[in-house]
Design a protein around this ligand. Structure first.
Ligand code: SF4
Ligand code: SF4
Length: 355
């Protein structure tokens, strides 16, 4: 059976107010609002954007969704989890301070902002799933203790998974640090010494001090590597390699299984909204103002994260006239979707309903 995906064309030129109205329209159409009760805890999962990043969903675009939820319950909050790698978002204090810098705060939005997996990413609970890649998932406790989840996602390309959208926000974004580590543990990059000019850039970016100098080039100490993928992105020489096919397949399948664990725990009470606005080659964890790879497309929403991501990819590729995601990183981004179907998380078959 086809899943319904709602779509409304939108672009930055619309201005913040119109974008907020369009996002509200999508949220209402999805229909999850009817399941929110006066005492429901509602988590609004978002990415606050790395320092220097400019692509993240702007706080002004979600104010009307917040108002809708606040009209029913005061127990609504904005949240994200801490990062695996060392950054301004790897502990709650600096993470909240950066969120505030980017406009996400009680003062600006009228609801609390909390970090879902606690001070240093250790507040989690384990969900049993017994799937092929994972037996259990380590999920941030504030997500698991909520009754309703509103998953707000900026659609982007991604170095490890081809693209990052609802499935990634749910699977990777709701995992605690240990959960993220488990999903990245299959990524094993190495340096091709013939391409490396020993510039040293990756040494500074590696959060685990896993890159050392060996002879005239960089060398990755596998035992120390946490698989975050930073070195893949920052090397301008293309000297850092990883097994695109096998490593990426495993990461994507684990990510889908993590997404399934949250979905199963919350009994499907999750509303997914993707923003296809300023779609960039890399995700919002990058600390720079990337240029978009395609014109702005719009806002999509669904109760089915697989259908939503499939529809989002289709619109992005249709607008660019080619598989622009594969042009960015030559890996099969569809694995997360097909695995999502296999484990019962959703359908790739969808009906796109334009509002
Ligand atoms: S960034 Fe690339 S070229 Fe520079 S040291 Fe690291 S692997 Fe070598
Ligand atoms: S070697 Fe690369 S993938 Fe491994 S931890 Fe360092 S930056 Fe991350």
């Amino acid at each position: 059976m086809k899943s319904q995906v709602f779509f409304i064309p939108a672009a930055r030129e619309d201005g913040d107010e119109v974008l907020a109205e369009k996002a509200e329209k999508i949220f209402l159409k999805i229909g999850l609002r009817n399941q929110i009760e006066k005492k429901s805890f509602v988590a609004m999962k978002i990415h606050f954007g790395e320092k220097g990043n400019t692509g993240f969903i702007k706080p002004q675009w979600i104010v009307k969704i917040i108002s809708q939820i606040k009209g029913i319950t005061s127990r609504v909050f904005l949240t994200d989890s801490n990062t695996l790698y060392v950054s301004k978002r790897s502990n709650s204090l600096e993470h909240l301070s950066l969120a505030r810098e980017h406009g996400f705060s009680q003062e600006t939005l009228g609801i609390p902002v909390i970090i879902a997996d606690g001070l240093i990413g250790r507040d989690d609970d384990e969900i049993q799933v017994n799937l092929s890649r994972i037996k259990s998932a380590k999920i941030a406790s504030a997500i698991l203790n909520s009754d309703i989840l509103v998953c707000l996602t900026h659609f982007t390309g991604h170095i490890l998974t081809g693209f990052g959208a609802a499935l990634k926000n749910l699977g990777m974004g709701c995992a605690s640090r240990a959960g993220k580590l488990e999903q990245h543990s299959d990524v094993h990059p190495w340096v091709n010494p013939k391409l490396c000019d020993n510039c040293g850039v990756c040494f500074n970016y590696c959060p685990s001090q896993a890159i050392v100098e060996k002879g005239d080039s960089a060398f990755i100490v596998e035992e120390k590597c946490i698989g975050c993928g930073e070195c893949l992105v920052v090397c301008n020489q293309g000297a850092v390699k990883f097994n695109w096919d096998s490593d990426s397949v495993r990461v994507q399948e684990k990510m889908s299984e993590y997404a399934f664990s949250v979905w199963k725990h919350l009994k499907g009470k999750i509303s997914f909204i993707n923003f296809l606005i300023k779609v960039t080659k890399d995700c919002d964890c990058m600390s720079d103002g990337q240029q978009p790879i395609v014109e702005d497309i719009g806002i999509l929403g669904s109760l089915d994260p697989v259908a939503l991501d499939q529809a989002s990819v289709d619109l992005v590729n249709k607008r660019s006239g080619k598989d622009i995601l594969r042009a960015g990183y030559d890996l099969d981004w569809s694995v997360q979707l097909s695995h999502g179907v296999k484990i019962g998380l959703g359908s790739r078959d969808y009906e796109l309903i334009e509002l």
